[in-house]
Design a protein around this ligand. Structure first.
Ligand code: ADP
Ligand code: GLC
Length: 478
């Protein structure tokens, strides 16, 4: 049995702002059948602490990067959880990264350096009787963990893996904070945390980790290029042989239309008619009337997700006889653009601004198609949920979207293998014609059913990806 420590800033169901949480939450169960026991380390945000309330204190740090901290042990589902309770850093209202107004906490570097330092202490055997064979860090918030491990004194050297869920978020901070990270002077440089004169937390992890993964094969290739590497392409390319893409899976305990308690009606590929109850619930909730396929959006409203391009096309979508039920939050300007569109098209466009996990399930179960016009998408989970729920994904051909959806072109339709609609380049023209193509397909019920069924039959369970992570761990452990 290999004991792995997985460290991240989010894990479903305790704390989630996006796909990172789904993946970190699902990974332990995905790895268990392959002989990997995973313990997850999370920051002690109020909700996470409440979850482990009254648990035993495993360790105390009188001064963890200037903060007093304790470690609690609990469970995340069936698997062990460790929670870093550092009230000065994590006991705050608001989100995991910012205040209730959405502004980033100015001391995020300290908050996540402390998390990373705790992970490194754990992995290097310095915390009580906790022993791990390997450290698995996720995204910039845990990026310093491999670097701390690299520079640790008198420590067990265990291998480290860093998974990039999104290279656009790099955790760059003013050089002035370097002196407070508790790293030796030689860590300031190209061989360390320095990145164009700043402290780069993701960069530090990319430099120090023994292996780097990202969440789809196409994204693993894309980030070697300037258009996608966001300045880190050189480092990625130089570590080329250590960078691999392992596709995310979906957690069948949470995302399965046959068992999902958050749906108005459960169904499978054999009784897709039962989706109608979910469609009616969506129509009611979003005030939709009339006919025409219902498109949904379940997304952060940001440039990455191409939501500006979609917002500019909503009148066209309605003119083509489509309807829209949108759930999302993000950029204020985009939120307003979608609200305005709903005002212009009552009964045809319904918009909920916010974050609503149960509603996201109902939309997958009741809408006809999900629009994902991302400019880049490391993996993307909502298209995988769409496939599983017979909510046909309409996606830009990039990253994990390119790897998981089979476009309904003539050849794929004839071969009966199509699972969605793809388009090249996030331009108004390309997205408009993808929407038009989707609406045309929806007018042919037999074809549409075939696309839905084929998507539902696609296997995006964790089985394959769990095996690939386990193989990587074993390779690192020699
Ligand atoms: P990202 O992590 O880049 O936001 P993913 O597609 O990987 O994109 O994951 C997004 C996750 O967040 C999915 O589980 C999706 O259902 C969920 N999600 C996004 N926006 C919302 C929202 N407004 N309400 C509920 N769930 C949302
Ligand atoms: C990031 C990416 C998304 C990916 C998720 C989980 O948030 O933007 O594409 O699915 O991480 O890996």
């Amino acid at each position: 049995m290999i004991h792995a420590l997985s460290v991240a800033s989010e894990a479903y169901p305790l704390v989630k702002t996006g796909g990172l949480a789904d993946v970190v939450g699902a990974l332990p169960d995905a790895l268990a059948p392959h002989g990997i026991a995973t313990t997850t380390l999370l920051p002690g945000y109020p909700r996470v602490l409440a979850h482990v309330g009254g648990a035993e204190v495993v360790h105390r740090w009188p001064d963890l990067l200037g903060a007093e901290a304790r470690l609690f042990a609990g469970m995340l589902g069936e698997q062990p959880l460790l929670v870093l309770d550092a009230p000065a850093l994590f006991a705050r209202d608001g989100g995991p990264y910012g205040d209730p107004q959405g502004r980033d906490w100015p001391d995020n570097w300290r908050r996540f350096a402390a998390l990373s330092r705790a992970a490194s202490d754990l992995a290097s055997g310095k915390v009580g009787n906790q022993r791990f064979d390997l450290l698995h860090a996720h995204d910039w918030q845990a990026g310093l963990a491999p670097a701390y491990l690299h520079f640790a004194q008198n420590a067990r050297r265990v291998p480290s893996v860093l998974t990039i869920h999104n290279i656009a978020f790099q955790g760059s901070f003013d050089a002035g904070v370097f002196g407070q990270l508790g790293l030796p002077p030689q860590a300031w440089g190209i061989e360390g945390v320095e990145y164009y004169g700043s402290v780069g937390l993701l960069k530090a992890g990319l430099w120090a980790a023994d292996a780097i993964t990202t969440v789809s094969p196409t994204y693993a290739e894309e980030i070697r290029r300037p258009e996608f590497g966001m300045g880190l392409e050189g480092l990625i390319a130089s570590r080329g042989d250590r960078v691999t893409g392992i596709l995310n899976g979906i957690d069948p305990a949470v995302w399965n239309p046959a068992t999902d308690p958050l749906l108005a009606a459960r169904y499978s590929a054999d009784n897709l008619e039962a989706r109608i109850a979910n469609q009616l619930a969506v129509e009611q909730r979003f005030g939709l009337s009339g006919a025409g396929p219902i498109f949904t959006v379940i997304s952060r409203l940001t440039w990455q997700k191409g939501m500006d391009v979609l917002a500019g096309l909503l009148d066209d979508l309605i003119a083509m006889d489509g309807r829209l039920a949108m759930l999302g939050s993000g950029d204020a300007g985009l939120e307003q653009a979608f609200r305005d569109a709903a005002t212009r098209h009552p009964g045809r466009i319904g918009v909920e601004i916010g974050y609503d996990e149960p509603l996201s399930h109902l939309l997958q179960g009741g809408a006809d198609a999900i629009l994902i016009p991302s400019r880049f998408e490391p993996c993307g989970l909502t298209q995988l949920y769409g496939l599983a729920y017979g909510c046909v994904p309409v996606v830009a051909r990039t990253g994990g979207l390119a790897d998981t959806v089979i476009d309904a072109n003539v050849a794929a339709l004839d071969a009966g293998v199509a699972t969605g609609v793809q388009f090249d380049g996030v331009t108004p023209q390309a997205l408009r014609s993808a929407i038009a193509r989707t609406i045309a397909l929806h007018r042919e019920p037999a074809r549409w059913r075939q696309i839905q069924r084929r998507g539902m039959a696609a296997d995006f369970s964790w089985d394959n990806s769990g095996a690939r992570y386990a193989a990587l761990y074993r390779q690192l452990l020699g």
